[in-house]
Ligand binder design. Sequence first.
Ligand SMILES: [Fe+2]
Length: 433
Amino acid sequence: MKLLALLPAASAVLLSEAPAGTPGQVHLAYTSDPTSMSITWTARPDTPCTKPVVRYGDSDDVVAASTLGYATTNDTIFTATMTGLDGDAVCYQVGCSETDQFSDSETFFPLPTDGDSFAFIAFGDMGVSTAAKSTVANMAADLAKNEYDFVLHNGDISYARGDDGIWDEWFDLLQPAMQSTPYMVTPGNHDLLHSDSGGEDGIPYSLRFAMPDTTLGDGLGDERLYYSWVHRFVTFINLSTDSDYAEGTDQYEWLEKTLASVDREKTPWVIVSGHKNLYCSSTYGSNDRSSTTRGDAGDLTKELEPLFEKYGVDIYIGAHIHAYERTYPVAKNATAVDKDCVEEGGEDGVDVYRNGEGVVYFVLGMSGAGHLGEEWPDPEWSAVHAEEYGYAALSFANRTSVKLEFVANGGEEGQGDGPLVRDSVWVVKDQRE
Ligand SMILES: [Fe+2]
């Protein structure tokens, strides 16, 4: 549990009223260094800034920011990395030293390296729809409990499709969450692919998010869009499923090297996320298990599942389909489905997958983008699906047990009386080989 009471007394100097013309779209992200945090924000064209800085921790800690790039609205996007963080709450302001225009003071918690329990929120496919706004409202109330370390948004972020005004609207909607909770992203087809992104080609995505170990580029294909980071006792690996990933490509080589180097004593769990799905039973679009097209389930399974099985990936988090689904532990191109590991109604009445053989796949594309009206043929490996809006909360109770809950908004258009826990499952690994 994180407590705001941990605020250092020296931070009180930052709690002054922010002047007009303050920076916007402030958002945090982890770096590969647990004692650092990256921060990115936007300055409007009418408030130019030549000396962007972050003030944090106490009044003596100031770090200069660099320019990531420019939006088509001529907003300037700045980024900086705060270093030397020690696990206690950190107060900060971003702004402009020459004009003395700063954001309101906000607080975050650096990446904790110890502790046997933690939780995070995950979803994809949001946009700025009415359903998305309901999801954000429910998530914000949940985040206010200070029980979540970070948010994972695995692709199809704003659905701007070339309209930077929609990126601005999306960032304004999410800033209250992102300015105090690290927001980790992976690119989806609507962020990256030429047609699906309205010609954005990943450029706004690359300029507006600074993720660990990615080479910030112009979105034209030479930047890295995949990364991993160690979080307490979990290795998180975030893939770009609409970039090249076949055997022999840079991403594949990087993935195998990353998986092979995981220290399972230190991080017994490996959670991989990407936008598109190896397993999703929806008949819509890319879920054809026989397809050899990049990004389709058949091709992703052919290229990546052998690595997942060889190195014992525990959970894969996908999105893309605007619904929720969870599988049983599944392997070998759907020919091995482990239902014997299911214990119905565990201690809290929630089903348990105990030491299942295979990877548990979740589809979490239900945060706001419109439902697709597809069929769900209910294959043997699919446990549950639901066409509702909301988000997922994944909570590690200890080093062997994680519970996923699908927190639905309720209501036909996602504007119901939620949040309502619509599905939940424990994934337990208490006998690792
Ligand atoms: Fe998508």
